[in-house]
Ligand binder design. Structure first.
Ligand code: ADP
Ligand code: ZN
Length: 218
């Protein structure tokens, strides 16, 4: 049986960054639907599936559970030897919690809830830049106030990725109206998931980081 960490938190709290760090340091398998969708879209293969995913991701809506779980179960079976999972962005609503509990014994997982105040995450999400080719994250915005110490993460060379020298750009869903929409969806659909997980016997750890982390490439 598998165990692991369910990373939870409002969009922009840093699930992806902590997920990469934990996957690297603990040797776990990161399972991130957001990354799986973006990887698929980066391949630029035209299909009804990719168009459906693209319109949801770009407008800040959740992709339907069926599509999401097809990608997740494919990722799990390609990496079936992984014993320790880092779930970054799933489950995101109550029906996904039920679906996931059919694949995994969630009571063996720890819930890590990352908290970040909304004004800071608005700034950080609008400052995020992503490599068009490999997906590595940068941030042009620094936050140094109210005890926050989050430096910008600039690429070494202008606007190209340190790793693969491709251009970096803003995610379509990192604009203010779409960020507001993602936050609203998080409050309505995702927040109730924590109580359900706790009801399944999952231990919850709340964590409100104030210091920025260097982002880890995959
Ligand atoms: P964030 O947490 O900052 O919103 P993610 O990379 O986790 O960023 O998600 C980006 C987008 O991918 C979401 O807005 C949504 O469209 C889609 N997505 C991610 N996870 C899920 C999920 N579990 N179910 C459905 N859609 C998802
Ligand atoms: Zn790159």
């Amino acid at each position: 049986t598998k165990s692991g960490i369910v990373l939870f938190g409002i969009p922009g709290a840093g699930k992806g960054t902590y997920g990469r760090l934990l996957a690297k340091d603990l040797g776990g398998l990161k399972v991130s639907p957001g990354d799986l969708f973006r990887d698929l879209l980066r391949r630029k293969e035209e299909s009804a599936l990719s168009r459906r995913i693209e319109s949801c991701v770009n407008s800040g809506k959740l992709v339907d559970d069926h599509t999401t779980f097809e990608l997740i179960t494919a990722c799990l079976s390609e990496n079936s030897s992984a014993k320790f999972l880092i779930l970054d962005g799933v489950p995101r609503n109550l029906s996904q919690t039920t679906l996931l509990s059919q694949h995994l014994n969630l009571s063996r997982f720890i819930l890590l809830n990352i908290e970040l105040e909304e004004s800071v995450l608005m700034e950080k999400l609008q400052g995020r830049r992503v490599c068009d080719h490999c997906g590595r994250n940068y941030n042009i915005c620094a936050v140094h106030r109210d005890g926050f110490d989050m430096p910008a993460l600039m690429p070494l060379n202008g606007s190209e990725c340190d790793d693969c020298h491709s251009p970096i750009s803003q995610r379509h869903d990192d604009t203010e109206p779409i960020i507001r929409k993602r936050i609203e969806l998080y409050r309505e659909e995702s927040l109730p998931v924590m109580g359900v997980l706790e009801g399944l016997g999952v231990q919850r750890l709340d964590f409100a980081p104030k210091k920025g982390l260097k982002d880890y490439p995959e």
